[in-house]
Design a protein. Structure first.
Length: 230
């Protein structure tokens, strides 16, 4: 018998399946039965690495040194209970005009209209202030009204003192309380269980869209980021 205290894993992965991509606005999407959580961030922010940590797989999402590769929304079913939506990274300068033009309606359409979307995980690199694209994405998400978690990636790259400074700078920039920022490292695993717990509770919560329905108000149209700046 062991007397060690073991914290239960808030998200034990029993099954994980790729269910398909949404390639264009209004294109294929998963049959609307399970709650969805979307992951967004600038190219190279550490999204693939975070997803791998979250689901405890080494090569579930491809970690890439070539940013701006993924052009589709990829959907994965977890434990037959919820769906992860991996959105293409934005803000990468060296992608074609054509692809930038396709990005906006794809992302905008998905975030505004996915009937099963329950929350968004917005990734920000803890070392840098949010870019204009990050700010545009955050205000777009606020306009949609979707519950949004703010995750600060690559926290392992900072020493203790820098860490406090950056957390303060980001709280100021974003105008949020420190508790709303979730530090994360895909190298050390810091933040994995907190994120897993938050994702699980977003999936269990009632959709925010149902609150909108009570007013009978249509979602206002706003400008999403266009992914065109570095
Ligand atoms: N030190 C450190 N490096 C990371 C972390 N997350 C990602 N990286 C590195 O950042 C680069 C981009 O990561 P990736 O997951 O492909 O980012 P994505 O473009 O947002 O999917 C890769 O070289 C990763 O090894 C982290 O938490 N800590
Ligand atoms: Mg990636």
């Amino acid at each position: 018998m062991s007397d060690s205290i073991i914290t239960p894993d808030p998200l034990v992965i029993r099954s994980l399946e790729f269910i398909g991509p949404m390639a264009e606005a209004g294109g294929w999407r998963p049959p609307s039965e399970l709650p969805e959580i979307a992951f967004v961030g600038r190219s190279n922010v550490g999204k693939s690495s975070l997803l791998n940590r979250l689901v405890r797989r080494k090569a579930f999402a491809r970690v890439s040194n070539t940013p701006g590769r993924t052009r589709e929304i990829n959907f994965f079913r977890v434990n037959n209970t919820f769906v992860l939506a991996d959105l293409p990274g934005y803000g990468y300068a060296r992608i074609s005009k054509e692809r930038k033009a396709a990005w906006k309606p794809l992302i905008e359409g998905y975030l505004r209209r996915s009937p099963m979307l329950r929350g968004v995980v917005q990734l920000l690199d803890v070392r840098h202030d949010p870019t204009s694209d990050d700010d545009a994405m955050l205000s777009f998400l606020a306009d949609v009204g979707v519950p949004t978690l703010l995750v600060l990636t690559k926290i392992d790259k900072l020493r203790a003192r820098e860490r406090d400074e950056r957390l303060q700078a980001l709280t100021d920039h974003l105008g949020v309380d420190p508790e709303q920022l979730m530090p994360f490292s895909s190298v050390t695993g810091e933040g994995r269980d907190d994120l897993a717990e938050a994702v699980v509770s977003l999936c269990a919560a009632r959709s925010w869209r149902e609150h909108d329905d009570e007013d009978g108000a249509a979602a206002p149209e706003g400008a999403p980021p266009d992914g065109s700046h570095a």
